[in-house]
Design a protein around this ligand. Structure first.
Ligand code: IMP
Length: 175
């Protein structure tokens, strides 16, 4: 194991099991519809790839890009959408790796509705509710986790570790 990984939070098998459960729930809820599954770049790519393969309804796939930074008063985050698919009239399911402060998803949900999406729901693999700064609804959540920095299964630290098959807690790095 990489020496920076302090401990494994969820093994690949535990993640796969939870993804199957989420897939069954989403397939039931969207029966008769063809949702547009929109992954938030880049962290959601691995999760999205596994999730769509356990859905037994027709779906389309696309990606959205968002960059966030603290505003000058530090009281909130500005979230800039730099890539957005055509969503007019679509039932959009946003797929996100992790909800932290909530600013990114709050902005994306509002943005997609403004772009004309018929409905918007959120599926996040991980949620850190104790870190929330703004309320955001997460209709489908994989796991709630405590306030720690996690990597793997698409999640990065400085663009690394996305390819780990499990989700681990990262310790101090001295690079
Ligand atoms: P939010 O806008 O604060 O909710 O930020 C969500 C984004 O922060 C996620 O999409 C991740 O890119 C990043 N993030 C938050 N916590 C972690 C973590 O523990 N590991 C890796 N990325 C994280």
């Amino acid at each position: 194991m990489d020496s920076h990984i302090e401990r494994i939070l969820f093994t690949a098998e535990e993640v796969a099991q939870r993804v199957r459960e989420l897939g069954a729930e989403i397939s039931r809820d969207y029966a008769g519809k063809t949702p547009l599954v929109v992954g938030v770049l880049k962290g959601a790519v691995v999760f999205l790839a596994d999730l769509v393969r356990v859905l037994d309804i027709p779906v389309e796939m696309d990606f959205i890009g968002a960059a966030s930074y603290r505003n000058s008063t530090e009281s909130s985050r500005e979230v800039e959408v730099y890539l957005c698919p055509q969503v007019k009239g679509r039932d959009v399911l946003i797929v996100e790796d992790i909800v932290d402060t909530g600013w990114t998803l709050a902005r994306l949900r509002k943005f997609l509705l403004e772009q004309g999406a018929a409905s918007v729901r959120v599926c996040a693999l991980l949620d850190k509710p104790s870190r929330r700064e703004t309320p955001v609804e997460v209709e489908y959540c994989g796991f709630e986790i405590p306030d720690c920095f996690v990597v793997g299964y698409g999640l990065d630290y400085a663009q690394r570790y996305r390819n780990l098959p499990f989700i681990g807690v990262i310790g101090k790095t001295e690079e």
